[in-house]
Design a binder for this molecule. Structure first.
Ligand code: ATP
Ligand code: MG
Length: 456
């Protein structure tokens, strides 16, 4: 890898010049590194007479010695032509018309070469602020390079001839660990502000840094993320936090002041005069756990981090409602929690389009906190059989790391889960009487004991 890059650097090569072609002895990509399904797609298109390349993250990751998440293909075949070549193909997308070729465990995305269209081209529609709403002007390979986001994502691998084609000095940036946007940073972010999130994601994922203009333009354009559909933002947010680099990603999002567009309530909580340190530590612990789970290939519950991000906003809102008792005077603490949880999630959904199942899971995790802490004797078995028990227990353990009074309660649940039936009953018997059968109100809502009326 290094030798081919060194050879390449000797040759030099500037953006806008003729592409640099890197032949086989100077790079270590080969057909054997590409999935069989993807090779099948590449070969079928090539044999049908089309130009076809592996492109994007797969070329980037293979050159870095990483395992690609997926394989993306670029070709001069039009979507309908691709569709006709594969039985297992579907055309998707309005903004970008793409072909998906389906296999048992894999989808290969095949995109037709596109170009940055001329102004007012009816296939390329720009909205307010330069936002690209539709981008279906087809072009050549050279055109296609300029519509891609970063130089290291614009490397094309010709699997037939074993050559890499580099139009933007992407190889040099890749070697130097630089994420550099292609073209003018500000207008590229204006066209598609999601590129800001992608830039941040790649710095964290690849341990690279943003080139100066690529970084600077974020401050001028990140407000445009407010115009992005919550479904697309959710998709990107999922990638940001579930790729094994959540801690670094979160730091980068905060550094660039971008978290406010994904989780504005969390950003507010992280600026809260008294709770910000607790909130920050709580989130950090959750992100560390998430990264550890990804590293161990353990599954992630997509609702868990949502419940973490919105937990302190929930606490702050509950506190405000308690101060301003007007709305809540007649509610039990549990009902108030339920009511406020719903309110928080409705607000959060204006930015990230959480599905109903995520919303419900988050609410369940929160409501179960109340019951896991209360530990009413006759409810213990029932609670432990709740579908969200495990997530709620993990959430409690995470809280307990920062809230000392919760530690013995979390430990009690840990022991209970590990114990046999006999030991479980013993553990239940250890519960203090006051938390067993008596109907309890949430501590903050407890009525003060009535003063005895003095006898005359
Ligand atoms: P990964 O799959 O590891 O998340 P990737 O770079 O492959 O990273 P994809 O979303 O699979 O990301 O996109 C494939 C390629 O399409 C990218 O490498 C890039 O060249 C191009 N691309 C994707 N999204 C954009 C965008 N918003 N603007 C410009 N080009 C994009
Ligand atoms: Mg990809």
């Amino acid at each position: 890898m290094l030798s081919f890059i060194k050879n390449f650097l000797k040759k030099g090569g500037a953006p806008n010049s003729a592409p640099t072609l890197i032949p086989a002895p100077e790079h270590h990509l080969s057909r054997s590194l590409i999935s069989r399904n993807c090779l099948g797609v590449l070969d079928t298109l090539a044999n049908a007479g089309f130009e076809v390349y592996l492109v994007g993250g797969s070329v980037r990751d293979l050159l870095l010695g990483r395992e690609p998440k997926d394989f993306d293909v670029a070709t001069n075949a039009k979507p309908e032509e691709i569709y006709r070549l594969f039985r297992n193909c579907r055309l998707i997308g309005k903004r970008f018309r793409l072909a998906h070729v389906y296999f048992k465990h894999e989808i290969i995305e095949v995109a037709t070469f596109r170009k940055q269209g001329k102004k007012n081209h009816h296939h390329q529609v720009k909205g307010q602020n330069g936002l690209l709403k539709r981008d279906n002007v087809y072009g050549t390979l050279k055109d296609d390079v300029w519509r891609r986001d970063f130089t290291l994502n614009a490397l094309y691998y010709d699997a037939k001839n074993n050559i890499i084609i580099d139009h933007t000095n992407g190889i040099k940036d890749l070697q130097q660990g630089i994420i550099r946007i292609i073209g003018d940073a500000e207008s590229r972010y204006r066209e598609d502000p999601v590129r800001i999130l992608r830039a941040i994601r790649f710095t964290a994922k690849l341990g690279m840094s943003l080139e100066e203009n690529t970084a600077k333009a974020i401050a001028k354009t990140h407000m445009l993320l407010a115009a992005i559909a919550p479904a697309r933002l959710l998709d990107e947010t999922h990638k940001l936090f579930n790729s094994g680099n959540a801690v670094n990603t979160f730091a980068a999002l905060r550094h660039h002041d971008v978290l406010q567009h994904l989780y504005p309530l969390t950003e507010e909580a992280l600026r809260h005069p008294t709770l910000h340190i607790l909130a920050d530590k709580f989130i950090l612990r959750a992100l560390q756990n998430t990264d550890a789970r990804v590293a161990q290939d353990k599954p992630l519950n997509p609702a868990f981090l949502v419940s973490v991000f919105l937990w302190y906003p929930l606490q702050i809102t509950l506190e405000q409602e308690n101060l301003n008792k007007k709305d809540t005077a007649n509610h039990s603490a549990f009902t108030q929690l339920e009511h406020t949880a719903g309110k928080i999630l409705r607000q959060a959904k204006q930015h990230l389009a959480f599905t109903q199942i995520i919303t419900q899971t988050v609410i369940d995790i929160w409501l179960l906190q109340f019951q896991l802490i209360g530990r009413r004797q006759q409810q213990i078995h029932h609670l432990s059989q709740q579908p969200r028990f495990r997530a709620a227990y993990d959430f409690l353990c995470l809280r307990a790391e920062g809230e000392a009074p919760l530690k013995p309660i979390a430990d009690w649940w840990t022991h209970w889960q590990q114990a046999d039936d006999e030991k479980r009953q013993e553990l239940i018997n250890t519960l203090p009487k006051s938390t067993r059968n008596k109907k309890r109100r949430y501590p903050s809502k407890r009525k003060p004991a009535k003063k005895p009326v003095p006898k005359e």
